[in-house]
Design a protein around this ligand. Structure first.
Ligand code: SF4
Length: 354
């Protein structure tokens, strides 16, 4: 399907821009350090994007790691990979402008083949997704016959198509423990750190019971476990939450390990003098705007892939998208990839066995 191109962007008046800047300020962007000029600059773009979005019957899902002006200015729904995949399904919009990275936009396309899906920054990849190819999965299967392949959602459509079930950081422990009820050996890919964390949580041996791949996230692999003790000393009572893509040595020292949704729920439900979110910086910014009464200790890194999307790229995708922004998944791959994604929904929500 080809994108409708050259939609003419409506022009806001000065008053429209002022009101839009006030709306952005009310969402907490001022507290994140956006100056008046920043807000006015963003407001002109968010106003145009929102007007074009209505005109083109488009929807904008945004991952929690996206820039704050995207999350608060133009996103229709915000979430982790699982939530976004779910919310893209059954949405009545004809066009999905996916603010995230390529594997997420591909998942949206697989689940919504009749819709047009655009990735505003077509270069937005993911080090985990790029660490493994479909032939690697076929080779692992041949080396470990009978072992089911559980695959992290951070993978290409072609790798998903070779898998038995997709998992997210939040539901991986539940789905893998289900798999171990009926299998002695399970393959988990591509995140080696997460695989090691899962092996520890499920009391399984790496190499004989849980087979892992050697991929890593360029953001989470770099957090240093040695600083945790220092932070606990200078921020007494701090609750430290880490993403499950972090190293096992770091994970063993924190109060919660999980996905971004788990981290946000923990912050919401607990009372602590300080919180530290060890993950991409976007989540900390989102937490600061959602829980302005809570205090957050900075400890985050930027993901260059997640930061590739900005308001100008979103406007361009609506007005005149680059051909590389149009997400296409060949139907034979999409059909095979849809099955393990749906298996994840089934196993995560109902606990069905594989
Ligand atoms: S934060 Fe890591 S896992 Fe997420 S998109 Fe960036 S490289 Fe990939």
């Amino acid at each position: 399907m080809t994108s409708k191109t050259l939609s003419k962007s409506p022009k806001p008046t000065e008053k429209d821009i002022e009101l839009e800047a006030e709306r952005l300020f009310s969402k907490g962007l001022g507290d994140l350090g956006y100056s008046e000029d920043d807000l006015l600059r963003c407001a002109e773009l968010t106003w145009k994007i929102n007007a074009l979005k209505r005109e083109r019957n488009a929807v904008i899902p945004a991952h929690v790691y996206q820039r704050a002006e995207i999350l608060h200015g133009v996103a229709d729904f915000i979430g982790d990979s699982y939530k976004l995949a779910r919310l893209c399904q059954g949405n009545s919009a004809e066009l999905i402008i996916f603010c995230g990275v390529r594997f997420m936009a591909e998942t949206a396309k697989i689940l919504n083949p009749e819709k047009e899906v655009l990735l505003p920054a077509p270069e937005a990849g993911c080090s985990l997704s790029e660490s493994i190819a479909p032939e690697d999965v076929r080779r692992l299967r041949a080396e470990h016959p009978g072992a089911p392949v559980s695959t992290y959602i951070n993978t290409s459509a072609a790798v998903k198509a070779e898998s038995d079930v997709i998992v997210t950081s939040a539901n991986a422990p539940k789905i893998l423990s289900k798999l171990f009820e009926t299998h002695k050996k399970v393959i988990f890919l591509p995140d080696e750190m997460m695989g090691k964390n899962l092996a520890k949580a499920l009391d399984k041996k790496i190499g004989s019971e849980l087979i892992v791949w050697k991929g890593s996230c360029i953001v989470h692999e770099n957090f240093d476990a040695s600083s945790i003790e220092y932070y606990r000393k200078i921020y007494p009572g701090v609750k430290i939450l880490a993403h499950s893509e972090c190293s096992p040595s770091l994970v063993s020292l924190v109060d919660l390990v999980g996905g971004t949704g788990d981290m946000m729920r923990y912050v919401e439900k607990t009372k602590a003098p300080h919180y530290m979110l060890i993950t991409e910086c976007g989540l900390g910014d989102l937490a600061r705007t959602k829980f302005p009464e809570k205090t957050f200790v900075p400890m985050c890194r930027l993901c260059p892939h997640m930061r590739a999307t900005d308001l100008k790229a979103i406007l361009r995708a609506l007005e005149n998208p680059r051909p590389s922004s149009v997400i296409e998944v060949p139907s034979e791959i999409a059909e095979c990839a849809k099955r393990p994604i749906e298996k994840m929904f089934e196993m995560a929500e109902d606990g069905a066995a594989l």
